[in-house]
Design a protein around this ligand. Structure first.
Ligand code: ATP
Ligand code: MG
Length: 558
């Protein structure tokens, strides 16, 4: 059972027999963008708490704003929730399915003298609202008769009035210290088609009205939301108290707030993420640099790693910003257990083994995952010409460089010790284009001669067998830790967040791997096959490097 303050509330409610022992939560996204890792936290919390307490969690689209919402987003949200490993069974609901019920609730409030039609313009409403230090002013339309209000509200629905000309407002208290209680707007006129209800409606309920009452219709027991709604809770409670929804059941839903997730080096608001997509700074909502669930999935993160991350960050009542290195740490820990190791050379340097027989090919045994012997072995071909990593060689190495250099020996992983004899350079640029080496046939890995000591083991691939690939390396999307603090967050974009290496060489065991296949490339990190791959050229995303920045920050043992 998760340990957090919301679980404590639920435990207490269950002990007291509140709600007849039921626990019902919901995840209520607005379909106005793709889900991000912050939503993942909310999903894990809502579905996780329901699961842990024998309850149920609904998926509910909070689709009350026709101008910003789209079915594309609805579909992506369903896919992402499912991918994360959660299931709403047949309980996928839409606030728009309740438009008729919500309208009836509004009529109820009007009849009780608790709501009125107001003719102030949006600007005037704002002006009349007052400030934190000054009370608001009552609308001149506040004391309309019930009959007049009923008539006007029906005509609002019938489409008689233009956008912005009238609203329905709750009649609460213009002097309340809480601005949300100063006769909040419940309905506005928007002559725009809705992605589900089409042209049926031209008045749409406000989130603050639709949300608590949708919770009531679904008989949600614990309505979990983020901290910025704490100030809206009195209005939530007011609606729950002043609307009669008893025909849906006895449960009076309760709102509980928790701190939203923020991550370093990224932005999380859908509005800002949409800007990145629309202005072409990223390839789409699922660009592997995006903090979206679809981006993390395409990059190669597993749902298990994301759930583990959400568990570790816990649930707090104070906003904070989580180091993105912790997410990477969770991804690394998960992939370490499941990803097979392969050899991939990202920046190839050709090496000819002069004393290796011209036509010989040896298929050498290689472990798939030293941490998990049950993952077995595979065979890796060696031939006369191989590739190694350019930066594994230096012609004039400084003191602490132990890799290959003229006259030096290194071990080729799973193979032999080679010595560098000769360097070939481009006569114009002086760049090293090829090395000539000799191998020691007595040093084959696994043989008695394998014990001969050299300082370094390099990864390599056989040129004749290599699979060509493009590899995409990623860095943080934003340079500073908290781009939200900037006036213009776009100016903080990292110009080097994507590096494409187009001529990588990978061992043949990866040939034909479908998108989504994950590997550890020895010494390079974890990688995942991208959907951009074609049969003749694989494309890989680097998910994370092997270097654990989090372990360094947090100290070992975490
Ligand atoms: P954004 O500002 O990114 O658009 P939102 O709150 O408007 O987010 P919704 O679709 O309304 O997005 O959110 C659905 C649910 O996910 C809500 O319950 C919301 O509180 C929660 N949620 C959104 N962002 C985060 C976050 N960063 N951390 C935790 N929960 C979040
Ligand atoms: Mg929102």
């Amino acid at each position: 059972m998760p340990e957090n303050f919301i679980q404590d509330i639920i435990t207490e409610d269950l002990k007291e027999g509140k709600y007849g022992g039921r626990v019902q939560t919901r995840f209520p996204p607005e379909p106005n963008g793709y889900l991000h890792i912050g939503h993942a936290k909310s999903i894990c919390l809502n579905f996780g708490l329901a699961q842990a307490n024998g309850g149920l969690c609904n998926l509910r689209f909070d689709d009350t704003n026709p101008t910003k919402e789209d079915v594309e987003y609805v579909e992506s949200i369903k896919e992402d929730v499912r991918w994360l490993g959660f299931d709403w069974d047949d309980r996928c609901y839409y606030a728009s399915d309740y438009f008729e019920e919500l309208y009836e609730f509004a009529i109820q409030l009007i009849k009780a003298g608790k709501a009125y039609v107001c003719d102030l313009s949006p600007e005037e409403i704002k002006e009349y609202r007052g400030t934190l230090t000054e009370p608001g002013k009552e609308s001149p339309y506040r004391n309309r008769s019930v009959e007049e209000n009923l008539d006007l509200f029906r005509r609002m629905r019938a489409g008689e009035f233009p956008d912005g000309s009238r609203t329905l407002r709750a009649k609460i208290d213009m002097a309340s210290p809480n601005l949300n209680m100063r006769d909040p707007v419940l309905y506005r006129i928007i002559h725009a088609p809705h992605h589900r209800t089409g042209d049926k409606w031209c008045i749409y309920p406000m989130y603050d009205f639709a949300h608590p009452l949708s919770d009531a219709i679904e008989q949600i027991t614990h309505s979990i939301c983020t901290l910025e709604f704490a100030d809206h809770r009195p209005l939530y409670d007011w609606l729950i108290e002043n609307v009669d929804f008893s025909k849906y059941g006895p449960v009076k839903p309760k709102q509980i707030e928790f701190a939203r997730l923020n991550l370093t080096h990224t932005v999380m608001s859908k509005r800002k993420l949409r800007q990145l997509v629309e202005r072409g700074y990223v390839s789409g909502w699922d660009d592997p640099r995006m903090p979206t669930i679809s981006g993390l999935r395409r990059r190669g993160c597993t749902p298990e790693a994301i759930r583990d991350f959400c568990e570790r960050i816990g649930v707090a009542k104070r906003n904070s910003i989580v180091d993105i290195a912790l997410l990477e740490h969770c991804v690394r820990e998960d992939l370490n257990k499941r990803a097979p190791r392969v050899m991939a050379v990202l920046r190839p340097l050709r090496v000819v083994i002069d004393n290796y027989p011209d036509d010989q090919v040896e298929w050498l045994e290689a472990e798939n995952n030293p941490e998990k012997p049950e993952m077995g072995t595979r065979r890796v071909p060696l031939s006369k010409v191989i590739y190694i990593e350019q930066d594994d060689f230096m012609e004039n190495p400084p003191k602490k460089f132990y890799r290959l250099a003229p006259g030096r020996e290194v071990r080729l992983k799973n193979a032999y010790i080679i010595r560098c004899d000769r360097v070939v350079k481009d006569e114009h640029t002086g760049q090293v284009t090829e090395l000539h080496c000799t191998y020691d046939p007595d040093t084959k890995s696994g043989s008695p001669g394998a014990n001969r000591k050299v300082k370094v083991t390099l990864h390599w691939v056989s040129a004749a067998h290599a699979v060509p690939a493009e590899v995409r390396l990623y860095d943080h999307l934003f340079l500073s830790e908290n781009p939200d603090e900037r006036e213009d967050f776009m100016s903080d974009l990292n110009p080097n967040s994507l590096e494409r290496l187009e001529s990588c060489m990978i061992e043949p065991s990866v040939a034909g791997a479908p998108p989504g296949t994950r590997y550890q490339f020895l010494r390079q990190g974890y990688f995942c096959v991208d959907p951009d791959s074609a049969p003749e050229k694989l494309v890989f995303n680097r998910i994370v490097t092997l270097k654990d920045e989090w372990a360094k920050v947090a100290g070992s043992g975490t």
